[in-house]
Design a protein around this ligand. Structure first.
Ligand SMILES: Cc1ncc(COP(=O)(O)O)c(C=O)c1O
Length: 400
């Protein structure tokens, strides 16, 4: 018997649908290192879309650490950490990061995505509840979807609404066994901050756990870039799980979760993305350790990042651009319509500036924007060149 079914037909049809709705993703090719000045698709451009906030991906201490460890231990760890790939350098990274974060323990994972997707579903199960900011990152949403717990959403950054949701949750019958409040620390599309002290207070009143995604806060906020928990002067007794990534300000790749010793032991034994996925290569782990060392000993990069961020946002606001609620080196240039955001990105590309248009469905309809990400490596001249291009494009498209 043969059933008339074509397994690849759906792929073709779905791709064609995306294409017709202009929703396909076609990354440009980066033909140089990820610096302030890059080669992309055969063109020299100023990079304003990278997460390499401090320029550490090319820092000599970071690069040399990667080379040395690779020469000594090889290109790969040969296994998952859980089986036969847990090298000394991974353990060193865990403890170096915990020390940097001033927390009892950390556990590093293959990526930040793997932390959210692998750990969150284990934190709560049937009879429990996740309470999530409506604008949380997709990896958090995926993690929550993978769990058997109930879920509730509160309005973006709205502590009063969170308090309301928590109050309603207390009426649930049977009583929830445990509740986790989950939030981005820095929201990746808007560059604004979660009201973490308020969240910690509300959580304490209800005996709930707090899980914060610090992907865009590490290396950017807090004392020497220790991140959002440090920024708000909180401790890991109030913020029970702080996840992050080495793929952004640290300039390398890999994820982590930081908190108590028991969090580390729990995460190590329960996260399928840790147990069932290859260890980051030893060179990567060594580079991450070197990046933490740089953050601790070279404060000039953090200072320069903020100087550049302030220069850019002040100039953009003076021109009349709506920069949303940015509080960090992620600066949105609000365009409302997806078509306008795309046109502005294309316009500045022609002037040698690379930025990412963030359009529906990445953000809600009517909230399209250009996401500008500043780095410590930009020169004032490069930023002024970008501002001049935005001014011309903004006037042409009647944004200013
Ligand atoms: C807020 C947030 N969380 C998690 C991640 C995932 O991090 P990684 O790149 O290490 O997988 C990202 C990356 O885009 C992010 O922006």
């Amino acid at each position: 018997m043969s059933v008339d079914r074509n397994p690849t037909q759906y792929l073709k049809e779905e791709y064609e649908r995306l294409l017709s709705e202009k929703l396909t993703w076609e990354p440009r090719e980066l033909q140089s290192s990820s610096g302030a000045d890059c080669r992309m698709d055969g063109k020299q451009v100023i990079m304003l879309a990278a997460n390499n906030y401090l320029g550490l991906s090319t820092h000599p201490r970071v690069v040399n650490a990667m080379i040395r460890a690779t020469e000594e231990y090889g290109a790969g760890a040969g296994s998952d950490r859980s089986i036969a790939g847990d090298m000394g350098v991974h353990e060193q990274l865990d403890s170096r990061l915990a020390r940097f974060k001033r927390a009892p323990a950390s556990l590093t994972y293959p990526t930040g995505y793997a932390v959210n997707e692998g750990l969150i579903p284990q934190l709560a199960t049937r009879g429990d509840l996740f309470v999530s900011d409506e604008l949380n990152h997709g990896s958090i949403i995926d993690g929550i979807r993978l769990s058997h717990a109930d879920r509730a959403v509160y309005r973006h950054k709205d502590a009063d609404d969170l308090a309301r949701v928590m109050k309603e949750a207390e009426q649930h019958d049977p009583r929830y066994r445990q509740i986790w409040i989950i939030t981005d620390g820095v929201f990746s599309m808007d560059g604004d901050l979660a009201p973490l002290p308020d969240i910690a207070n509300i959580a304490r009143e209800h005996g709930a756990g707090v899980y914060v995604d610090d992907a865009h806060g590490e290396g950017v906020l807090g004392e020497q870039g220790r991140g959002i928990v440090s920024h708000f002067g909180l401790s890991h007794k109030q913020i029970h799980a702080e996840m992050g990534t080495f793929s952004k300000a640290f300039g390398v790749v890999g994820g982590h979760v930081t908190g108590s010793e028991f969090l580390r032991k729990f995460a190590l034994n329960k996260s399928r993305s840790w147990l069932l996925s290859g260890a980051i290569p030893p060179g990567v782990a060594a580079a991450c350790i070197a990046a933490i060392d740089v953050l601790d000993s070279e404060p000039q990069w953090l200072a320069k990042l903020w100087e550049n961020r302030n220069h850019f946002i002040n100039a953009a606001q003076q021109l009349g651009f709506d920069t949303g609620n940015s509080e960090t080196p992620i600066v949105p240039i609000m365009c409302k319509e997806s078509g306008i955001a795309r046109e502005l990105a294309d316009f500045v590309w022609e002037k040698g500036i690379y930025v990412l248009p963030i359009v529906f469905p990445m953000v809600a309809r009517g909230k399209a924007r250009i996401r500008v990400q500043l780095s410590a490596k930009h020169t004032k001249d490069q930023l002024d060149q970008a501002i001049a291009a935005f001014k011309e494009g903004g006037e042409k498209l009647h944004l200013i």
